[in-house]
Design a protein around this ligand. Sequence first.
Ligand code: NAP
Length: 331
Amino acid sequence: MKKIRWGILSTGNIANSFVMDLKHIPDAEVIAVGSRTQESADTFGQKYNIPNCYNSYEALANDPDVDVIYIATPHVFHAENSILCMKAKKAVLCEKAFSINAGEAKTMIQVARQNKVFLMEALITRHFPVIHQVLDWVKDGLIGEVRLVQANRCARGEFTPESRVMNLELGGGSLLDLGIYAVGFSSMVYSQVPRKISGFGFIGDYGTDEQGASILEYDNGALAVLTFALRTETINEAYIYGTDGYIKLPDLFAVPNKASLHINGQESIEFEKPILGNGLHYQVKEVHRCLRKGLLESPRMPLEESLQIMETMDAIRSSWDLSYPNDSSIK
Ligand SMILES: NC(=O)c1ccc[n+]([C@@H]2O[C@H](COP(=O)([O-])OP(=O)(O)OC[C@H]3O[C@@H](n4cnc5c(N)ncnc54)[C@H](OP(=O)(O)O)[C@@H]3O)[C@@H](O)[C@H]2O)c1
């Protein structure tokens, strides 16, 4: 089978993890990397044996041999970088958060459709085998009607004002960095748009949200209770409660290797699947499946859902004293 040829846009932490995990996908080949500097592109290229190392994102986007580009820059650049690649007719896998706001997400989707290229948000959780099992349990009605989702995605780190996750100029803060996992989880379980959205956020010394919480209300009063933080550690579990039982995903639910099914009055059932590497390649399997079938978006991570998740996150932070530099959206 002909290999699918990847280009990597930027050379930071997750770009390194991604390339290392691609070794678990036999029909993937990394043939190019683009960085803001030649030195960084060359260092990355030498480390992973990548033949084409470019000193600009434009040069990477215009490499005629590249099939699909992985965008791994800070959130504020996702829209701009994805659009650059899609206009060069490249398929794109773009890191989470998909964009800074719903306005940018809409533009990205329009550009994907105009150029007839594949686009997917790299929200990894839903591509893990454990999640496929969990969604089957829900779909088969084993816990009855889902009434409540709970998810925590909180961590405590020591950050400087310059670090990406705390830097407002780069789209820092707990909602876009970690809250996205909880919001994305709820969106995946309910497969619908919340009808009411609340959002609490604490804005710290660096002007970004250090922690927050949201309650989402869905049809028939079903709820999601979500927390996210960069300066508070919690147990990062997720629960799906239904009328006939519940499903538990233990810490770290966003990168799941096990889940348990608890049907009222029955013995619980465990499902376990060890994770290879960092687990970033499960989403790549989905990208390859879609590209080989000629799909322009993934049924597992549809573009409308990425847009709805951004709309939900816009609503969560709407009452906070926080706006990102490009909140007015891109041209
Ligand atoms: N899926 C996951 O599990 C996961 C985990 C962590 C992060 N992420 C996401 O991946 C993205 C990148 O996160 P990261 O932790 O890898 O960030 P990082 O280590 O700071 O790397 C970001 C890279 O973006 C490029 N860049 C372009 N303009 C920049 C600017 N003005 N300032 C800083 N860097 C700039 C740089 O590469 P060059 O110098 O080569 O151009 C830099 O190395 C974020 O959106 C984050 O949410 C996802």
